[in-house]
Design a binder for this molecule. Structure first.
Ligand SMILES: Cc1cc2nc3c(=O)[nH]c(=O)nc-3n(C[C@H](O)[C@H](O)[C@H](O)COP(=O)(O)OP(=O)(O)OC[C@H]3O[C@@H](n4cnc5c(N)ncnc54)[C@H](O)[C@@H]3O)c2cc1C
Length: 419
């Protein structure tokens, strides 16, 4: 039994930002609940990120409405430790019922009665409702093409901390979303020879005409988009708050000395093979960048805003040699590449959630976080309700919606016929 508790109305699994947001909204609605977190509050921000990481969005934006960051300029980018501290302080400020160090091992539906049996590392608890707030970034994925060579040091971006951690020699970073591009940039600045394998991506301008892109996505309604454009569902976004916040510009990175290659296809006999798609991928990113500039210009004109023109934002460096004469094969040994960093994303583990809320691929079946199993909810998933759903500010709004849905279901459950 969890200390002094055998039953609870709503059990939230996971005390990252999603669990904190959920708990705030459940508290506001007076719904008895408990959050169980197997580690510490927002530990992913502390432990599963590299040392120099700062938030991708400015402090005025990447936060919950209930509290501002304590020690920064609003337009600055918070270091990851301070983001973790922020959520810890947030939980304290709202006196949220979060128990840390308790893992949920199994959730099963009660037979022939409502609610769920929850088996935890500290015993069993019954809950009428379960909110899974375990996040979209649980298990680092490394594709099966990874070479088996024991002489290569291979890690996922989740295990990268700093350049000193890596052996001497060059590095191949696979994946150029926000993680891969920032890690490659940091390694190259530290003096290493770095190859960056670039796939299709979106790359918004860091700022345009005096406004950060998070502001533009907000006023243009793009954070609220319910799905990415068809064909771009899984396209990564390359954005960074590092070095005070700069637009990710692959031509500039190439000019700085980073070797860019297309998508990594395979490995055989010390050789890495890349697709002939680097130019297309970079031009695709340019299109995405320019389309946001166009939308911003149109918005400014229609609304008569007084924001300074920025024609230089449309000027690109000329295409580097790596685009015009792409490298399709790379002999890792000959180029002294001793490390591969896989910045290739994450998957989820729902093995603990043994209810009818997952499809054949063990992915959540849900609509805006309300699952196919009555009483089970999901939070923090990509595109759960909108583009912003996995981001700090967006998860807070999704949690609010789920709390409303829980209130509605409780009202139905509490209904009793009067006559
Ligand atoms: C490198 C990186 C940088 C990012 N930068 C930004 C950014 O700048 N701005 C932004 O808005 N978003 C950013 N994100 C996206 C997102 O905000 C973070 O990933 C955030 O940590 C997600 O929060 P979460 O609460 O959904 O999941 P998590 O932070 O992963 O929290 C889930 C929690 O659930 C716990 N848990 C899991 N299983 C169990 C169990 N069975 N029992 C009990 N507890 C369990 C885990 O211990 C964990 O603490 C970034 C993501 C990554 C990977």
């Amino acid at each position: 039994m969890i200390k002094n508790m055998t039953q609870i109305d709503t059990l939230v699994v996971g005390g990252g930002q999603a669990g904190v947001a959920m708990s705030e909204h459940l508290s506001r609605q007076n719904i008895p609940h408990l959050v169980l977190e197997k580690n510490q509050i927002a530990q992913a921000w502390r432990d599963v990120r590299w040392d120099s990481l700062v938030a991708n969005g400015p402090a005025w934006h990447d936060r919950f409405p209930g509290m501002e960051f304590a020690y920064t300029e609003a337009d600055g980018f918070m270091p990851k430790e301070e983001v973790a501290d922020y959520f810890q302080a947030y939980a304290e400020k709202f006196d949220l019922p979060i128990r840390t160090g308790v893992e949920v091992n199994r959730v099963i539906k009660n037979a022939e009665r409502s609610g769920f049996r929850v088996e935890t590392s500290e015993g069993v608890i019954e809950a009428q409702r379960i909110v899974s707030a375990t996040g979209a970034f649980q298990i680092p994925t490394i594709p099966t093409i990874a070479p088996k060579d024991p002489e290569l040091y291979q890690i996922h971006s989740a295990n990268y901390r700093n350049p000193e951690q890596l052996p001497e020699g060059g590095v191949l970073v696979v994946g150029a979303g926000s993680s891969g591009v920032q890690i490659a940039d940091e390694l190259q600045r530290s003096g290493k020879e770095v190859y960056l394998s670039v796939g299709p991506h979106d790359r918004p301008p860091r700022s345009y005409r005096g406004r950060d892109f998070v502001w533009w996505l907000g006023v243009l309604g793009l954070w609220e988009a319910s799905a990415n454009e068809p064909g771009k569902e899984h396209v990564t976004i390359a954005v960074s708050g590092a070095y005070g916040g700069q637009t990710i510009d692959f031509r500039r990175l190439a000019a700085q000395g980073l070797h860019l290659v297309g998508r990594t296809e395979s490995f055989a006999d010390d050789i890495a093979y890349f697709r002939h798609d680097l130019g297309d991928n970079i031009r695709g990113g340019d299109e995405n960048y320019l389309s946001l500039l166009d939308k911003a210009d149109e918005y400014i004109a229609r609304n008569g805003l007084d924001l300074p023109p920025e024609p230089q934002a449309r000027e690109f460096l000329s295409d580097p040699q790596c685009m015009t004469e792409p490298t399709l094969e790379l002999n890792l040994k000959q180029q002294h590449i001793r490390t591969i960093i896989w910045a290739t994303g994450f998957t989820s583990d729902y093995s603990w959630l043994q209810v009818d809320a997952l499809d054949e691929e063990q992915q959540p079946k849900h609509q805006r976080g309300v699952s196919s199993e009555a009483g089970v909810y999901f939070l923090g998933l990509p595109w759960l309700s909108r583009r912003g759903s996995t981001f700090i500010w967006g998860v807070w709004h999704d949690a609010k919606y789920i709390a409303d849905q829980i209130v509605i279901q409780r009202q139905y459950q509490q209904y009793r016929r009067q006559n």
